[in-house]
Design a protein around this ligand. Structure first.
Ligand code: G16
Length: 544
């Protein structure tokens, strides 16, 4: 086995987005594309010689090939030991758990999350640091800078490693341990939640659930937890076999893409509880019978009920949400007397707050919730949290949410996505809005008067780092908000996200349909941003 140094030329488009580098599979298959980025990661690490790293992905198309390449490059770059999931598959939260438990230097996670997979689908790669969380901006910037000048990469000439079952191997001087990534994750969940109470609920004969893993990474984890440990009947986990193309589906747990689950949960004689997770297992959607839990509400309900869950019963240090996430959780924090932090979109911004014990629970409108148990958002964690709350309160999902609104008021909330629009036009739309912010204070639109408008900027309270241009916000005097952002995870054209929120304290109005309640704000958003004119679309692609 010998180490080869291969000449290469930089690619100009290897800037990590909201969560790592995401591109189409054909792009990643271009000669040296993957290798350049991986070498840029190794070159950016201060000292990786002899260290342990974790490697795994969500099992999508190209995962297997990429894992073999990265193993050989890790060996050539002096990594001491690498822990890789069986078949190269590890969910993102389980990878975070493995990095932390094994005190690894970091991890390389292969995932394009909720984006579709397959030969023409998407692929992605990101680096997580030693706290188990996504690399902060200073690390991703260093990787990008390196990728712009790279002229060679190192790789060990060796045969592929057999990843089919656990085992120990050598690649040059590097130890390769192929591990079962499910067991440590299940153990972590058992340490946080009341498994006896949840088992009582799931085996009572009066409660049924449906978990849709969307043919993505959570299948084996969900079967081990719900069916094997918690006694739910076989078949509770649907689409539980990870497939390279997610069965042709779009592994995004929302009402549009998880339509199979929606069909199961809306109608007569439906299960009491429904949940779905995404491609790499960090997102979640929670449904009750004929009832959708908005992710922002889910964060607020989880926070308000954390005292019912063993791992959190001693109280929370604080909470954090991304800026576009609704302010429902702020009300819970205010009442409970702890801090609520507002960060830019991207889980990486929560890492410092969790490490410094300023926040215990974090969440985002984009179907992500998590806590200090790992440093990623965690889909199955959220499902277990909800089941624990349901078991402790003896109420349905709908009752729990409605009584939450009764107590705190309801933050009507919706996100309108315009996917795959012309990137140039989307940029123009944002630039135009940016040039308008500052001049809008005091301007009225129908019943709404603008109180502030700005481009969100964040100063990390722990290390003082600053992130600018994180989304255009227009806030109204009654507390309503409209936020405009371009997605940092899409791979085709641009995706415009419009986030809409209004607060309703009057419980007689809580039953209103969300789009109806936000109707006037939706019109105002179009009026201000000229969405139809710039995108050429008369309606969003996805409404959540
Ligand atoms: C990633 C990030 C999240 C973010 C989401 C959407 O999630 O980790 O923090 O909210 O993307 O980002 P954007 O609005 O820029 O598309 P995931 O599940 O895709 O890794």
């Amino acid at each position: 086995m010998s180490i080869k140094t291969i000449s290469t030329k930089p690619f100009s488009d290897q800037k990590p987005g909201t969560s790592g580098l995401r591109k189409s599979v054909p792009t990643f298959q271009e000669p040296n594309y993957l290798e350049n980025f991986v070498q840029s990661i190794f070159d950016s690490l201060e000292d990786c010689q002899g260290k342990t790293i974790v490697l795994g992905g969500d099992g999508r198309y190209y995962n297997r090939q990429a894992i073999q390449t990265i193993l050989k490059m890790a060996a050539a770059n002096g990594i001491g030991r690498i822990l890789v999931g069986c078949n190269g598959i590890v969910s993102t939260p389980a990878a975070s758990c493995l990095i932390r438990e094994n005190k690894a230097l970091g991890g390389i996670i292969l995932s394009a999350s909720h984006n579709p997979g397959g030969p023409k689908g998407d692929f992605g790669i990101k680096y997580n640091i030693d706290n188990g969380g996504p690399a902060p901006e200073k690390v991703t910037s260093a990787i990008f800078e390196r990728s712009k000048t790279i002229d060679n990469y190192k790789i060990l000439e060796a045969a592929d490693i057999n990843l089919d079952k656990p085992g120990s191997f050598k690649l040059g001087t590097m130890d390769v341990e192929v591990i079962d990534a499910v067991a440590p994750y299940v153990k972590l969940m058992q340490s946080l939640f009341d498994f006896d109470a949840i088992k009582g609920l799931l085996t009572s004969g009066k409660f049924s659930m449906c978990m849709d893993s969307l043919h993505a990474v959570t299948g084996p984890y969900a079967k081990a937890i719900f069916e094997d440990c918690l006694g739910a009947p076989a078949g509770t986990v649907k689409n539980g076999v990870p497939l390279e193309d997610f069965g042709g589906g779009h592994p995004d747990p929302n009402l549009v893409y998880a339509h199979e689950l929606v069909e199961v949960m809306f109608g007569n004689n439906v299960p009491n509880f429904g949940a779905a997770s995404d491609g790499d297992g960090d997102r979640n959607m929670i449904l009750g019978s004929n009832f959708f839990v908005n992710p922002s509400d889910s964060l607020a309900v989880i926070t308000a009920n954390a005292h019912l869950v063993p791992g959190y019963k001693d109280g929370l240090a604080g909470v954090a949400r991304s800026m576009p996430t609704s302010e429902a959780v702020d009300r819970v924090a205010k009442e409970a007397g702890f801090d609520c932090y507002e960060t830019p979109t991207g889980w990486k911004f929560f890492g410092n707050l969790l490490d410094a014990n300023k926040a215990t629970i974090c969440g985002e409108e984009s179907f992500g919730t998590g806590s200090n148990h790992v440093r990623e958002k965690d889909g199955l964690w959220a499902v277990l949290f909800w089941l624990n709350i349901v078991a402790a309160r003896g109420e349905s999902v709908e009752e729990i949410v409605k009584s939450h609104w009764q107590k705190y008021g309801r933050n009507f909330y919706s996100r309108h996505d315009y996917e795959e629009v012309d990137a140039g036009k989307a940029k123009e739309l944002m630039e135009r809005l940016r040039s308008m912010t500052g001049d809008l204070k005091g301007v009225t639109f129908g019943n709404y008067e603008v109180e502030y408008s700005d481009d969100f900027s964040y100063t990390d309270p722990v290390d003082g780092s600053v992130a600018q241009k994180q989304g255009l916000r227009i806030g109204f005097t009654d507390g309503s908000r409209i936020v405009f952002r371009l997605s940092g995870t899409g791979t085709k054209g641009a995706t415009l996200r419009v986030y809409l929120e209004s607060y309703e304290p009057d419980s007689s109005k809580h039953g209103l349909d969300t789009q109806e309640a936000l109707g006037e704000l939706i019109k105002i958003a179009d009026e201000i941003a000229k969405i139809r004119e710039f995108t050429g679309r008369d309606k969003p692609t996805v409404i959540t």
